[in-house]
Design a protein around this ligand. Structure first.
Ligand SMILES: Nc1ncnc2c1ncn2[C@@H]1O[C@H](COP(=O)(O)OP(=O)(O)O)[C@@H](O)[C@H]1O
Ligand SMILES: [Mg+2]
Length: 225
């Protein structure tokens, strides 16, 4: 479905090359919860940018259903991100002047989306608070609104970039659990530095200095799920 082959991402820092990802071979399989574990600065966010088509690899390739990201134009890539992918970030980015449910539907239109948003918020335990503004919610509740926004429209893949980093352990675990439980048939790709947040993952790969531990499938940690 998503396939990275020898993918590298290079940033230029005052003319100096910084390899954020180096020669990554990784596949996102349909319906799996893939955990990517790595310390701060190991290239986790950069790898998610590559896997979600937000950035094009400096070398190597990332392909979506067999189509190389380099062959997609900007419009095709943004369409893919909007329709097929959902995103949850470290900080719960919400618009302060919109209610919870308005934040969930902000990128979509129509009554159907609103109904779906209401149902999602309900399932995430936020039904009663769906008309509150972000400042009237706790950090964990705000992140649950972000989870609802990411799951709206049943995306094929949800990408989560350290979604628990701003939360305490209990709230963090709950957010991961809810993401995992309500993603339907879509895949979940989550990066984190905290192994305890990957207890429900089907597969875990480790990232260090932009490299998957020792390359490929051999580095996978079996989770028994
Ligand atoms: N825009 C940038 N310019 C230069 N270097 C960057 C930039 N963004 C990230 N980096 C570097 O790339 C490496 C990986 O960063 P990142 O993907 O954000 O790691 P993580 O998400 O695991 O903390 C780090 O060494 C970081 O300093
Ligand atoms: Mg990061």
């Amino acid at each position: 479905m998503i396939q990275a082959r020898g993918a590298s991402l290079v940033y230029y820092d005052h003319g100096r090359e910084v390899f954020a990802c180096r020669n990554v071979d990784l596949e996102v399989r349909p319906g799996e919860f893939l955990g990517i574990l790595g310390p701060s600065g190991s290239g986790k966010s950069s790898l998610l940018y590559l896997l979600s088509g937000l950035k094009t690899p400096s070398s190597g390739d990332v392909a979506f259903d067999g189509r190389s990201v380099g062959d997609l134009n900007d419009e095709e890539r943004s369409k893919m991100r909007l329709n097929d992918f959902g995103f949850v970030f470290q900080q719960p980015f919400l618009l302060g002047y919109l209610t919870a449910i308005e934040n969930v539907t902000v990128a979509t239109v129509g009554k159907a989306a609103y109904e779906e948003a209401r149902e999602l918020l309900d399932r995430l335990g936020m039904g009663e608070k769906s008309h509150r503004y972000p400042h009237e919610l706790s950090g964990g509740e705000r992140q649950r609104v972000c989870v609802a926004r990411a799951l709206l429209g049943d995306p094929m893949v949800v990408f989560a970039d350290e979604p628990t980093a701003s939360l305490d352990h209990a709230n963090g675990s709950q957010v991961v659990h809810l993401l995992n439980q309500h993603r339907g048939s879509g895949s979940l790709v989550m990066v984190t530095h905290d192994p305890s947040m990957l207890a429900e993952a089907d597969r875990i790969v480790e990232l260090n200095d932009g490299m998957l531990a020792s390359g490929h499938q051999a580095t996978e940690v079996a989770t028994g799920h």
